[in-house]
Design a protein. Structure first.
Length: 173
C-alpha cells in the first residue's frame, strides 16, 4: 500500500464494485481511459477483479474511505512481443467529481517515486490528444511528450483518435 496526503493507493477488494461502478459508468472517464463504460454490478465486479489481477491500485480518498479512481503501472510489450524490463506503462482513471483537484497528480507522483525505488528506469503513458486534463497531470508529474499515433477508439470502433505518448526517466543514466 502507498499513501499520499489525501489518498491510499491500495489493492482492490470485492466491496469496491459500488465505487468503481460510480466512476466506471461515467462516459467521459471510460472514453478517456479507452474502456467501455460499465453498466451493471456484474460489469463493475468483473472490472474490479481484472484491475486486482493486473496489480492496479484503488485510489481511496482518506476522508471518505471511497474509491475515487485507479492507477497502476504494467509491463510494456515491445512490437516483437517481448517485455521491456527497464520500464513500465502507467494507466489511470478518476471519478469526474474529483477532476481538477490534484488527486491524480498526487497519486502519479507517489507511483513514480515507488517505481523508482523498485529500480524501474522509465515510465510511459498514453493519452488521447483531446484529453487536456490528463496531459496536465503528466506534465506536472515530470513526463514529457515523446510521440503520437492514430488508434481505434474502444468506445466508438468506427472512429480513430490521436494518442500521445508521454515518458519520464526515473533515474539518471
Amino acid at each position: 500500500m502507498l499513501e499520499t496526503r489525501r489518498l491510499l493507493l491500495r489493492q482492490f477488494n470485492s466491496k469496491d464494485w459500488v465505487d468503481v461502478l460510480a466512476y466506471g459508468s461515467q462516459k467521459e472517464v471510460a472514453s478517456n481511459a479507452n474502456f467501455t463504460p460499465l453498466a451493471t454490478k456484474r460489469d463493475a465486479f468483473a472490472f474490479v477483479q481484472y484491475l486486482r489481477q493486473i496489480g492496479i491500485y484503488a485510489l481511496e480518498d482518506k476522508q471518505t474511505a471511497k474509491v475515487i479512481g485507479n492507477i497502476g503501472a504494467f509491463p510494456i510489450i515491445k512490437p516483437d512481443g517481448t517485455v521491456d524490463r527497464s520500464g513500465l506503462e502507467v494507466g489511470y482513471a478518476l471519478n469526474q467529481d474529483f477532476w481538477g483537484q490534484g488527486y491524480m497528480t498526487e497519486a502519479l507522483i507517489e507511483l513514480c517515486a515507488f517505481e523508482q525505488l523498485q529500480g524501474i528506469l522509465f515510465l510511459r503513458a498514453r493519452v488521447f490528444q483531446e484529453n487536456e486534463s490528463s496531459k496536465k497531470v503528466l506534465l506536472k508529474a515530470g513526463f514529457r511528450q515523446r510521440g503520437q499515433r492514430e488508434i481505434f477508439n474502444v468506445c466508438e470502433m468506427d472512429q480513430k483518435k490521436v494518442e500521445l505518448l508521454f515518458e519520464t526517466r526515473l533515474t539518471q543514466d
